[in-house]
Design a protein around this ligand. Structure first.
Ligand code: FES
Ligand SMILES: [Fe+2]
Length: 357
């Protein structure tokens, strides 16, 4: 039963909000397709014609560097009969991108070059049959794509993060390794776990050994839709760090010597792909072991989180647990995260559930 009394604490969302297929479709269209999403990093798109394929908000897409050096992004679909144009995870397309089905060709800016052998009397306006373009921008060596075109530029969308991260040397860091994991958890289950450290003492012994958990706090920037996580190192630690969660699913952990960058591709209601990339300033062979240990240390914390929230999601799915109270001391950012979902849906005032009754 949903409680409606005026409590002096906030509540989790009702369990159906973490598993409802209709709500997931709405989130896909109104949240994931409308926001800038982290897609790749610039090091994978060095030369004109280099491309990377993937999925964003469920849409197959690709990004490619054009002849002017600009990154462009397109739906990975041919305008003729809808074939997937590129099937490798990454590669180089040559001067023209040729569809593997009937060989229509497109330029690196997405214009139709030729509908080969189509029929003598038909001339196509290349503008009318170009690829479906998406918004694409680079920031500090990272490539972002937005499915629904228009809206704030990437720097504006990042807001204060852009200035706060200015003296961290992101573009001088090199890719070291990545870790992708498909998990049976909803993206909101994941986000809400990330945004509280109430569980840190019970769940993350390694994190507690390295961080001064008593002084962990999360600052919410409600209007700019991001969280600044303050996780001070224990006394004697030498590294400064900057930790952000930009709604809906961008996670940036920045250090002078490297960074751990993560995002989520929503695969369905209660299903995500968690993608984590590790970059280091020094990726020389002598440093490889140290870098690997550092990446694995951080991946271990994610594994601990995914293990517990997979169990949470299982319980959200079965319909015994309905909703629970949020700690006023530790879970304010969880409530703020829910409010960001509300704002994206254009809801005014409190909404007790996003899923249809
Ligand atoms: S579907 Fe691409 S050329 Fe026919
Ligand atoms: Fe955690």
């Amino acid at each position: 039963m949903i409680q409606t009394t005026t409590d002096d604490f906030d509540w989790t969302l009702p369990s159906k909000d973490y598993r409802d297929p209709a709500l997931f479709e709405r989130e896909r269209r109104e949240i994931f397709a409308k926001n800038w999403m982290l897609f790749s990093w610039s090091g994978r798109l060095r030369e004109p014609g280099d491309y990377v394929t993937g999925a964003l908000a469920g849409y197959p897409v690709f990004a490619m560097r054009d002849d002017e050096g600009r990154v462009r992004a397109f739906h990975n679909v041919c305008r003729h009969r809808g074939a997937q144009l590129l099937s490798e995870p990454s590669g180089h397309c040559g001067k023209l991108l040729v569809c593997p089905y009937h060989s229509w060709s497109y330029t690196r800016v997405g214009r139709l070059n030729k509908a080969v052998d189509f029929g003598s009397d038909t001339s196509f306006d290349p503008e009318a049959w170009g690829l479906y373009a998406l918004d694409a921008e680079e920031w500090r060596g990272l490539v972002f794509v937005r499915i629904k075109r228009g809206g704030p530029g990437l720097v504006e969308w990042l807001g204060p993060i852009h200035g706060m991260a200015a003296d961290y040397p992101l573009e001088h860091q090199h890719f070291f390794m990545s870790k992708d994991r498909d998990c049976a958890v909803d993206w909101k289950t994941y986000g809400e776990n990330y945004l509280e450290c109430y569980h840190c003492r019970t769940m993350h012994p390694g994190l507690c050994a390295a961080m001064d958990i008593d002084n962990y706090r999360i600052e919410t920037y409600q209007r700019e839709k991001f969280f600044h996580l303050h996780a001070p190192r224990r006394a004697g630690g030498l590294t400064r760090g900057l930790y952000f969660y930009r709604f809906p699913v961008l996670m940036l952990n920045l250090y002078d010597w490297g960074s751990s960058i993560a995002t989520i591709e929503p695969l369905g209601p209660g299903r995500i792909r968690h993608m984590n990339w590790y970059f280091f300033t020094d990726v020389s062979p002598e440093k490889a072991e140290e870098n690997r240990k550092s990446a694995e240390w951080s991946a271990q914390i994610v594994s601990e989180d995914l293990a517990i929230i997979t169990g949470v999601q299982r319980n959200l799915n079965v319909g015994v647990y309905e909703r629970g109270p949020l700690s006023p001391k530790h879970e304010g950012a969880v409530k703020a995260f829910q409010d960001m979902v509300r704002e994206e849906f254009g809801a005014r005032g409190p909404v007790r559930s996003f899923a249809a009754e």
